[in-house]
Design a protein around this ligand. Structure first.
Ligand SMILES: *Cc1c(COP(=O)(O)O)cnc(C)c1O
Length: 429
């Protein structure tokens, strides 16, 4: 595997961009490598500047569920582009995308479009605070909700990877209103609620966490949260930025049948462009300006080109059997992985839902953030490097999830399984 050109670009990048990258996990620090610079993508593959080809299981960290350069998306974007890139005035596309989200996700009555997942969670918690008149929020250790001050506490993946669960520059006072619970532990939530009666505006979580590695909610956990919130007049916010239109067309909530009050979106709904959204119950959403008194705005929000990419992506996803196929492919790969590792005697835990999957090097099931931190990160590094050498591009951190796209072929999956076999030999040596 040649890396000369990537190394040169990384050197150059570091002269003008902090750490050579515009988002920390891209730096490959946690796997002890330099990042590879990408030249182009096509379907399930990406190609770096040294001419190496990889099967891509990152998909731009989730958005590219149709793979790279899907022709429907590209055509929609080209058409939108030819009419202008931005107006800062309403366009029909925004309505179409909002209608599609409403139709797909049972709890959404109204939506606000923004430019990123981070902006969506920021808007959602502001709306929750505005609606309830309460200030405190509960989040879960290891759940990531974007790089926004109030939620940058024990925030999983990027932050964990850098060994910095918190960030400098976030004043203590900004997170004093953020209470931390343990994922899959209802008692930890009940205790916080008891200790702060009538003070908690919202409980926010990734209903299926993907940012501390992938973790499944245990039976009764999400329903239990729903009940606790109802009892105390607390709003339940599902952050489905990663899982929305990813685990299934209607997200986790449609699959597991639990209705949050508010939901955040990002990633897939932008089809590879910067789009986020938050929405839910109409009475809450109507608190937002220009109708209500909770202010939130964005110059490029609902950008026509980005929205066109989102509409095109959801249109393709709406077709029959897309998620059944995605799930079957992910399931096949996960099972293959399990059996290969079992044969090699290396303990592995896997989770999968729709087009999202993940694994931990661990003897015991991983139920929460503390469990995730106990897994074998050194082994992950060796595995990651081996797979990269074999042309498989995984997320460069032990605390991330992996993504299947409609573009991945049977041949891709078989090649991935072979790469695992070869890499396993290195792990055993
Ligand atoms: C990626 C992600 C975010 C942040 O989205 P950005 O578009 O990166 O700002 C928020 N929440 C979850 C669950 C995510 O996976």
């Amino acid at each position: 595997m040649k890396v000369q050109q990537s190394l040169q670009l990384f050197q150059r990048a570091q002269q003008s961009l902090v750490g050579g990258v515009n988002s920390p996990v891209r730096a490959f620090k946690s796997v002890g490598l330099s990042p590879i610079f990408i030249q182009k993508g096509q379907g399930s593959k990406i190609y770096d500047v040294d001419g190496n080809e990889y099967i891509d299981y990152v998909g731009s960290w989730g958005p590219l569920i149709l793979g790279h350069c899907h022709e429907t998306v590209i055509a929609a974007v080209e058409q939108a582009l030819s009419s202008g890139t931005s107006f800062g005035a309403p366009t029909e596309g925004e309505i179409v995308l909002a209608e599609m989200v409403k139709e797909a996700v049972p709890s959404i009555e109204m939506l606000r479009l923004v430019n990123s997942g981070s902006e969506a969670t920021l808007g959602a918690i502001r709306a929750a605070r505005g609606y309830t008149g309460r200030d405190k929020i509960i989040k879960f250790e290891g759940c990531y909700h974007g790089s926004i001050d109030p939620l940058l506490v024990q925030a999983g993946s990027g932050a964990t990877t850098l060994g910095k669960p918190d960030s400098d520059g976030v004043p203590q006072a900004f997170v004093d209103l953020t209470l931390l619970a343990e994922y899959n532990n209802l008692d930890s939530v009940a205790e916080l609620i008891d200790n702060h009666p009538q003070e908690i505006a919202a409980v926010i979580l990734e209903p299926v966490p993907g940012n501390m590695g992938m973790i499944m909610p245990e039976h009764g956990f999400l329903n239990g949260l729903r009940n606790l919130c109802d009892r105390e007049g607390i709003l339940l916010i599902f952050d489905e930025v990663m899982t929305g239109f990813r685990v299934g067309y209607g997200g986790v909530q449609a699959l597991l049948g639990v209705q949050p009050d508010l939901t955040t979106f990002g990633k897939v709904i932008g089809g590879g462009f910067p789009v986020g959204g938050y929405g839910g119950r109409q009475d809450i959403m109507l608190k937002i300006a220009p109708v209500g008194s909770v202010y939130q705005a964005g110059t490029l929000s609902g950008n026509p080109v980005a929205v066109a990419a989102g509409i095109a992506t959801l249109s393709v996803l709406k077709q029959e059997n897309v998620y059944a196929d995605l799930s079957e492919k992910s399931g096949w790969l996960v099972n293959e992985m399990k059996s290969l590792f079992q044969k090699a005697g290396i303990p592995l835990q896997c989770n999968q839902m729709g087009a999202m999957f993940g694994f931990f090097f661990s003897e015991t099931p991983v139920r929460n953030y503390q469990d995730a931190l106990q897994t074998d990160v050194e082994r992950f590094k060796v595995f990651f490097k081996g797979m990269l050498q074999e042309g498989i591009y995984l997320a460069p951190s032990a605390f991330e999830s992996l993504f299947m796209s409609t573009a991945h072929t049977e041949e891709d999956l078989e090649k991935t399984a072979r790469a695992m076999q070869i890499t396993l030999q290195q792990l055993c040596d």
